[in-house]
Design a protein around this ligand. Structure first.
Ligand SMILES: [Zn+2]
Length: 359
């Protein structure tokens, strides 16, 4: 009992951050709905025979509670403990706290473009879009003093090479089945590379399972110590498209656990501790549960422009769930993240204005 108490004290005690962030970890989990973030498992979907993979007992046992606050915490326990306590969460539309795609497409490439360029260019209109002509926040940071060669991106989906324009931006982008470690991989890199190569490929060669992206990124974080690291998980979107609600929930639950692992590592390493910000969001939303449109998202699917984000760390006031009536946009994220590092993101295109997270 005493141990549990000590553990809880560590887990829930608030953290004192330094004034400005020196590092930032950016995380996305593709197309994960604000509805599940704020309300947990949706019983309309869980009870629907089309979607529950013939095993609603499993998800009800694992993720259900009658009370909404308890329920969302069962699904995303780290967000609804440490992040709620020390950071901020936006996008609960039940309080008119709205975060939207500014782009009009509501699918991935335009969404990630908007996050990293701050510019919802209507020309960026396809997931097959060629290498992004617009400069992005990661390459901007990579040119700043003290940040050269200290920026990296890991994405489950192979489109990140184009979205972040790896060739022009010169940022290492490890996407889908890319191997890490170059010509001289460490034993850990070699093992992860081999396991990824031989893994089950439900999404063909376009996207690997999140577990490989996560462990590659985590290994990079610990060994290369980047100052800016982007990790993009993809399974939440894939399982939703397949109508597999159990897998969708499990993927999100695992992402929450991985964010916790990343945060625990950061707070245990003097290079990062109390001077690293965390920014978590999505590329787009999804449709409504009752209309059975939760599986999909695009400009024909109502409400799939509705997104959310969470942030924690230096320069971010501990406000928890933000319940103010307000309208924010994805195009503001790039300047917001730059601001956390004390920078102003300058580009050849317009950039959405920053969101003040320090008040
Ligand atoms: Zn999708």
């Amino acid at each position: 009992m005493k141990h549990i108490f000590i553990l809880l004290t560590i887990f829930y005690s608030s953290t004192t951050f330094s004034q400005k962030a020196e590092n930032i970890i950016i995380i996305t989990t593709d197309g994960f709905r604000w509805q599940e973030i704020y309300k947990g498992m949706d019983s309309n979907i869980a009870n629907n025979k089309k979607f529950n993979q013939d095993d609603s007992a499993y998800i009800f046992k694992k993720y259900w509670a009658d009370d909404v606050v308890e329920r969302r915490k069962k699904l995303m326990p780290f967000l609804w403990s440490v992040v709620e306590k020390n950071g901020q969460l936006y996008g609960n539309r039940d309080y008119q706290n709205k975060v939207n795609n500014a782009n009009r497409y509501w699918f991935s490439y335009p969404g990630y473009n908007e996050i990293f360029t701050g510019y919802p260019d209507t020309a960026v209109n396809s997931n097959k879009y060629p290498p992004n002509p617009h400069s992005n926040l990661l390459e901007y940071i990579n040119k700043q003093k003290g940040y050269q060669n200290k920026v990296a991106a890991f994405g489950a989906w192979d489109a990140f090479d184009r979205i972040l324009n790896q060739e022009r931006s010169k940022i290492p982008v490890y996407s889908a089945f890319d191997k890490t470690g170059g010509d001289n991989p460490t034993a850990a890199e070699k093992l992860i590379n081999e396991m990824r190569e031989d893994s089950y490929r439900p999404f063909d060669d376009e996207e690997c399972l999140d577990v490989f992206t996560h462990y590659s990124a985590m290994n990079y974080l610990k060994t290369k110590k980047p100052k800016v690291l982007y990790i993009s998980y993809g399974e939440t979107d894939e399982w939703a498209h397949s109508g597999q609600y159990r897998d969708y929930l499990n993927a999100a639950h695992l992402v929450d656990k991985w964010i916790q692992d990343i945060w625990n590592y950061i707070q245990s390493d003097p290079a990062y501790k109390n001077k690293t910000a965390l920014f978590v969001t999505v590329d787009h939303g999804r449709g409504d549960a009752k209309k059975e449109e939760w599986t999909s998202h695009n400009d024909k699917i109502k409400d799939s422009y509705q997104i959310w984000f969470a942030a924690m760390g230096p320069g971010i006031k501990a406000k928890g769930e933000v319940k103010d009536d307000q309208q924010l946009y994805q195009k503001q994220f790039a300047q917001t993240m730059a601001n956390l590092l004390g920078m102003e993101f300058k580009a050849e295109h317009p950039v959405g204005e920053k969101i003040e997270l320090n008040k």
